[in-house]
Design a protein around this ligand. Sequence first.
Ligand SMILES: Nc1ncnc2c1ncn2[C@@H]1O[C@H](COP(=O)(O)OP(=O)(O)O)[C@@H](O)[C@H]1O
Ligand SMILES: [Mg+2]
Length: 417
Amino acid sequence: MKVTTNLEDIIESGLSGSTIFKQQKVLSPDHIPSRLPHREEKIKELSLAFRELTTNMGSTSVRVVVSGPTGTGKTVTTKSFGEALKKRLNERGLRLEYIHANCHSQRTLYLLTMEIASHLKLPIPVRGLSSQEAFKIIHDYLVKRNIHLILTLDEFDYLINTSSYEDIYFLVRLYDELSSASRHISYIFIMRDEQNLYTLDRSIRDHILRNVIRLEPYKSNELKDILMDRVNEAFYPNVVPDETVEYISNLYGHDKGGSGNARLAIEALEVAGKIAEARNSPLVLIEHVKEANSRINVEAGEILDEIPLLDLHLLIMLKALINLHNRLKVDSVPIGKLEKEYAELCAELGEEPRRHTQIYEYVRRMKLMGILETQQSGKGMRGRTTLISLSVPITQDFEDLITKNLRMKLDNREEPV
Ligand SMILES: Nc1ncnc2c1ncn2[C@@H]1O[C@H](COP(=O)(O)OP(=O)(O)O)[C@@H](O)[C@H]1O
Ligand SMILES: [Mg+2]
């Protein structure tokens, strides 16, 4: 460990007066840890995919899809890989740039282009140019300077939904569109689910889906290793007992029925630490995790912020899903079953149920928002159906939140005449 870090630790703990946290910022979602336990193999796969670059820079463009549910380390793994590769190649005298763009904020080709230009410190006239023309200027610049750019499009699922077909086509089939003989841009597409590509034209899809690296939800023993690293860096020695870490790992481990989401597991650890501190406990105990967990589930990030913005029928659908979950004690249900439950609930509430195609559209929308997850059942053509589950754990708090919002929307309905 570097001396400077220690110094910062001391100052930070002095300022905060914490007896629990040595360096709480290590627990924040933007922190890039120095190790990524259980993603070594995926990093190796990424390296193999980009191997061609090192031998053939200037004449090859690599495309890789990194997919997996929320909290499986897509962002951190790809970013760490990109930065490390850049460092490595720069040391060898090759000019590589790595840009990690988030399509949530850069949701059009125009915004993406501006982001790249600003990263490369390339002044681009804003007026009078189409995004595609601006993009070409960037490409010319890369060619002239002999720079290769790896552009990661994080949350690419969003771009699919928000950008025009022409722009996506242009981005993805860049080298069919540009007359350039040399190739200076490679892509990493990060997606929750590569099934979302099936809404795109085949000619685009086939261009993207060449090399897919899937990240699976973490198992409890994997989460344990991830959490142990954070415990050692963020907390004072011996403040977090092993059984506390084990408890969190089992709560979120995919093999133990949890979501396998590392982000939530780390957040549980942090919130438990804060609760321990507030209670003047010298140790972070399981009871603190339990309390933390009930809080996180109400706060599960952006998802819950989106609930009050949902239309009435989206809320009815979520309520139907919760009802099925409570009744059948299962996490995911076939879409047909959900549709039936939804229709019954509509009848109860005096609402006209939406049509079949609209239901699919709702599911797709909530999937893009990260509220729902879908999965194909079985491989055979016949019994094949889409299974739907919620991305957040269904707790009493979550159910209350949905019920409350649903009631509010119902109360604001126009009075029937
Ligand atoms: N293998 C790992 N080792 C250490 N930390 C991890 C690992 N995987 C995920 N994390 C941490 O978990 C959180 C969620 O990871 P993230 O990359 O944002 O997931 P995703 O992009 O798939 O939603 C981040 O704080 C990240 O640093
Ligand atoms: Mg991410």
